[in-house]
Write a protein that binds this ligand. Structure first.
Ligand SMILES: Cc1cc2nc3c(=O)[nH]c(=O)nc-3n(C[C@H](O)[C@H](O)[C@H](O)COP(=O)(O)OP(=O)(O)OC[C@H]3O[C@@H](n4cnc5c(N)ncnc54)[C@H](O)[C@@H]3O)c2cc1C
Length: 435
């Protein structure tokens, strides 16, 4: 049987859960959000015991758009009878596993979620979009695509598809026992730091050595100070979106540490662990940190394991590092999901193959304007550094729902700070260029 919908969501990670939660009370809209997972699970491969959310819990799926929603983090606390305990615990940051449990709770309550349905293909015809699954198909007037990102495997690691060479997205599922092993972690962001701390904890055995390579000049902190956090506001995103495309990549790249740095708490934990192990417990771990290193090659070693070669940006030399286990904390890429391949020629993409997104997160596409395709987590270079983050999830969800409904159903405006991001003349010129 073919399901007829107004809105079909592809993927049900946090970003589409937000749209689903904001659509759920709107009876006039038939929506369904499809996810290939059998059970809801948020980044299970990195759900380490001590990991913390890098974002305020108030930036949940709905609160910024609808603080009365039944799907808020506060509603979750009340439903689990831990509202007062949560407040008294005074967490500076919520634990990631608690936020994951909140997301799972929302997923379990939503009436418009369908798990275990992988969208294999989307076609467009006179009846709108047709989504094909192994179990059948659905037709929809609009699509909201939020299929997440793809692990970035550096070219030098690609020939080494091996259980002992793993990307962090599979860390907990795949990490081997590391007793007596030489472990190399590549990547100096939050995931790399969490993996190094986990290896130092001894939970996976006692490694012979841990070598941590990072392209960054040192271990660099996440910048979560107030004026940098302005990049994560609707007001900034509006100003950024109006800029000409050519100006955007350099600006986003300079803002990297507001999104991809290591939490100051994690840095302190690491530094203190090195101090304790070095001076107090007599259990000095053999962690060596190699900053400013760009791995150029990885070759199988004759005695087993691998040898990595890295360029040292500090002194211009090359290092060789031997490894039995390699953990790639090398981040993620955004790409057009495979299920959209039949529509690919009709989508407006930039020369790098990235979506060109309108202010309301719809894609410019060669199709009738009464059928729209919205994309989340694909707009780092159209909407800015906040796009892949949870910070604006509720606002983004509300923007999409308002655009579909053609009315301001949810609040999306916030009082701006007295900061003029663009000069007035330039703002006008940018507007003209965008038009
Ligand atoms: C370990 C980790 C921790 C993070 N912590 C934070 C944080 O603290 N703060 C913050 O702001 N950001 C954080 N982020 C960044 C970001 O918020 C998350 O990656 C977030 O999960 C992105 O949500 P999403 O919905 O776009 O994608 P995802 O969570 O990846 O969800 C995409 C979903 O789409 C489904 N899917 C894919 N293809 C199909 C298909 N063809 N058919 C059906 N379903 C499909 C997948 O099964 C998946 O469930 C973190 C990222 C990682 C990796």
């Amino acid at each position: 049987m073919t399901v007829q919908l107004d809105i079909a969501g592809i993927g049900a990670g946090p970003f589409n859960l937000s749209v689903a939660a904001l659509l759920a009370p709107i009876q006039t809209m038939r929506s369904r959000f499809f996810d290939k997972r059998e059970h809801f699970d948020w980044h299970p491969g990195m759900m380490l015991d001590d990991a913390k959310l890098q974002t305020s819990f108030l930036k949940d799926l709905v609160t910024a758009a609808d603080p009365t929603s039944a799907y808020s983090f506060l509603a979750y606390l009340v439903a689990h009878r831990r509202f007062y305990r949560f407040i008294n615990a005074e967490f500076s940051h919520v634990q990631r596993r608690e936020f994951a449990d909140y997301l799972k709770w929302v997923a379990g309550k939503l009436p418009n979620l369908q798990l275990n349905h992988e969208v294999r293909e989307v076609q467009f015809g006179e009846n709108g979009f047709t989504l094909r699954f192994d179990q059948g198909e659905a037709r929809a007037r609009h699509l909201v695509v939020a299929t997440g990102t793809t692990p970035r495997i550096p070219e030098w690691a690609r020939p080494h598809d091996h259980p002992q060479c793993l990307h962090t997205h599979r860390y907990l599922a795949r990490v081997p026992g590391v007793d007596g092993q030489r472990v190399v972690v590549v990547g100096g962001g939050q995931s790399g730091a969490e993996v190094v701390l986990d290896l130092m904890s001894g939970k996976r055995g006692k490694p012979a050595s841990i070598t941590w390579l990072s392209r960054r000049q040192t271990l660099e902190a996440l910048d979560e100070t107030p004026f940098s956090n302005e990049f994560f506001t609707p007001y900034y995103v509006d100003a950024f979106h109006r800029l000409p495309m050519a100006r955007k990549p350099a600006i986003v790249d300079r803002q990297k540490l507001t999104s991809d740095g290591i939490s100051p708490d994690t840095l302190k934990q690491l530094y203190q662990a090195l101090y304790t192990n070095g001076f107090l417990t007599g259990d000095s771990q053999c962690l060596q940190i190699l900053p400013h290193r760009d791995v150029k090659a990885m070759e199988a070693a004759s005695g087993g394991g691998w040898t990595l070669t890295a360029h040292n940006g500090f002194d211009g030399q090359y290092d060789k590092v031997d490894a039995d286990v390699v953990v790639l904390a090398t981040g993620y890429l955004t790409k057009v999901p495979d299920c959209l391949a039949p529509l690919q020629d009709r989508l407006d993409l930039d020369p790098e193959g990235r979506f060109l997104l309108q202010r309301d997160f719809s894609v410019d596409w060669a199709g009738p304007s009464q059928h729209r395709i919205y994309v989340q987590n694909g707009g780092r270079y159209s909407h800015g550094i906040a796009d892949p983050q949870l910070s604006l999830a509720a606002w983004r969800g509300a923007t999409i729902v308002n655009s579909i409904l053609g009315e301001e159903r949810y609040a999306t405006a916030d009082a701006p700070l007295p900061i003029a991001w663009a000069t007035p003349d330039q703002a006008e010129a940018c507007l003209e260029e965008a038009a």
